[in-house]
Write a protein that binds this ligand. Sequence first.
Ligand code: SF4
Ligand code: SF4
Length: 341
Amino acid sequence: MNAKKLCLNAMQAWVESLIGKCRVIGVQAKGERFVFAPLTRARDLRLDYDVTLIPPKACFLPPQETLLTFTGPAGYRSVVDDEPFILLGVHPYDVAAIAQMDRLFEQDYADVHYLARRRGAVLIACDIQTASPNVFAGCMGTATADEGFDILLTRVGDHYLVDARTDAGKALTDSLASAPDADAVSLARREQLWLDNRKLLRKHDLKPSLAELPGLLERSYEHPVWKDKARHCFSCGSCVMVCPTCYCFDVQDEVDWDLKCGRRCRTWDGCMLKDFATVAGAHNFRKDKADRYRHRWYRKGKYVYDKIGQIACVGCGRCVTACVAGISNPVDVYNRLLEAP
Ligand code: SF4
Ligand code: SF4
């Protein structure tokens, strides 16, 4: 099916019909910021948002979840949430981050909890209409997306283009069969928007190329930037919690009063938190702030690259905004590595 062209009223009616069919999680305003939250009315959807506070990874890897319950000698029961849902309004940099998490959660030990949610989700992406203050997706190749979603929505003037790319996406757009196909003028305007977004979504200008980053880090282990910046770090962990490509977690058992039954829970964890690397015997192998700070940037620019050939930063800018100490801008850090120590 060709991309369809919907006026704003038709778009709202289509979203309303989706809400009637399935659980929909869509972008909505929360005060002056934006969040992904259950959508109950199409008019609450805000596809003109700049960036959400928490990335949509929380829909697949919740901040807290029960992995299994146990009942003493009677055994255990896995808890797997595979209820289908539509994730509506995902920006291209978050599409890239979800695709990266898919690869990481599939390889080595496939994570059934993450993958069940992911397989039950239909992902509706949306081209960026409003640049957030710290976005640099244009530097990271994530200002636009050509895959990793089921449907792409693009606002072009006073209408939307609805472009279904997968069978799941086409199933959701069946009801639009009688809507007009996107015409050449609209498609040309969408192309122009993609060109503009790749050029304009660069609030910070990354100097090294993405291909250079792993090698640059390889040579920079003793660079003074780690200590210089980490001096100001509060170890609050905000930068990792808001990051769409950070996926570390902790797993703990909660045992009931009968000392037999309970549940195994996982919660988000992050390498910038003081006790992240504490092991048995209270040994912490990254007890200095500078070690934790350096680790974060190696993780983003080298370690994940070594695993899957991708940089683990999509340029959303959330960490830049979240860091009250003003030291969490990946562009500042990586540019500084080009300077002589
Ligand atoms: S490191 Fe910062 S800018 Fe990069 S993806 Fe994570 S939160 Fe976004
Ligand atoms: S948000 Fe800033 S202050 Fe907090 S842990 Fe990250 S770098 Fe440190």
